[in-house]
Write a protein that binds this ligand. Structure first.
Ligand code: NDP
Ligand code: 8X3
Length: 263
């Protein structure tokens, strides 16, 4: 092949692990991967949702699905669930670290310490616990891909969001660090940084206040979970010599974390 020939051979679908697949971006990503022929391990705390997602993916796409209900904040649960995967599932080709979210939107002097702990424990420590179990098996096989779901809040800090932004800045730093440490083992690392995506994110952030959650998306057409899922699948299916370092995507009306044009 001469060097002007475009190399279009992608990655063959393998086994993917998606954390936080019970709703939103994680659920859409699991669905998009299954549609592309990947076998998927779907995780989250809500076991009933995992069960129905498994039934749907098996029936619609005919792929194997494994469900694992655990809390990413608990290193013992993470190790017990992922450290003892049944044989055929042990070799994970793609890890999508997606479980996470925000809680509260208050100035730093009024924030709730419990909310802060939950944000850091989920977005940062949970991502680390999962990676610590999965990465060694990728190292052992000399290949793999880790996709971390960050946020535009991982590069910019907005009012009343200091702790969520700090957690997503940590995801940004961890993604860079993982790439450095894992490159020698043939492992790819990608950070995907979405802006506003209409999922359960805002409902969770406002502790179930649906009206306040809906107001976040008033006057704009936000991203949908499938937009982000498509970015994950695209990054995961580039030819093996290519690493997509980062993808930032926002609604057309959102310029950055500080400015959104509303109708
Ligand atoms: P959702 O609230 O819809 O989904 C969050 C997912 O994370 C759920 O599946 C939830 O599962 C899982 N999760 C949360 N806490 C835990 C936990 N302790 N243990 C295991 N799983 C957990 O929100 P999104 O889909 O929007 O969020 C997905 C990711 O995208 C998050 O990291 C978020 O920060 C990021 N993001 C979201 C944006 C948005 O505007 N929506 C923009 C940029 C980034 P369960 O509750 O069943 O445990
Ligand atoms: C979620 C997007 O703008 O609410 O990460 O921080 S934002």
């Amino acid at each position: 092949m001469d060097n002007k020939t475009v190399h279009i051979t992608g990655v063959t679908p393998g086994t993917a692990l998606v954390t936080g697949a019970t709703s939103g971006i994680g659920e859409a990503t699991a669905r998009a991967l299954a549609a592309a022929g990947w076998r998927v391990i779907v995780t989250g705390r809500r076991a009933e949702r995992l069960k129905s997602l498994k039934a749907e993916l098996k029936q619609t796409f005919g792929v194997d699905v494994l469900t694992l209900a655990f809390d990413v904040r608990d290193p013992h649960q993470v190790a017990a669930s992922l450290g003892a995967l049944p044989g055929a599932w042990r070799e994970i080709d793609l890890l999508v670290n997606n479980a996470g979210g925000a809680l509260g939107l208050e100035p730093i002097d009024e924030g709730d310490v419990g909310d802060w702990e939950q944000m850091i424990d989920t977005n940062v420590k949970g991502l680390l616990y999962v990676t610590r179990i999965v990465a060694p098996t990728m190292v052992e096989h000399g290949r793999g891909h880790i996709v971390n779901i960050g946020s535009i809040a991982g590069r910019q800090v907005y009012a009343n969001g200091a702790v969520y932004c700090a957690a997503k800045h940590a995801v940004n730093a961890l993604s860079q660090g993982m790439k450095i440490d894992l490159a020698r083992h043939g492992i790819r690392v990608t950070e995907i940084r979405p802006g506003m995506v209409e999922t359960e994110f805002s409902e969770v952030r406002f502790h179930g206040d649906e009206e306040r959650a809906a107001a976040v998306y008033e006057g704009i057409e936000p991203l949908v979970a499938e937009d982000v899922a498509e970015a994950v699948v695209w990054a995961a299916t580039r030819p093996p010599h290519v690493n997509i370092d980062e993808i930032a995507l926002t609604p057309r009306q959102q310029a950055n974390a500080y400015y959104t044009y509303r109708n």
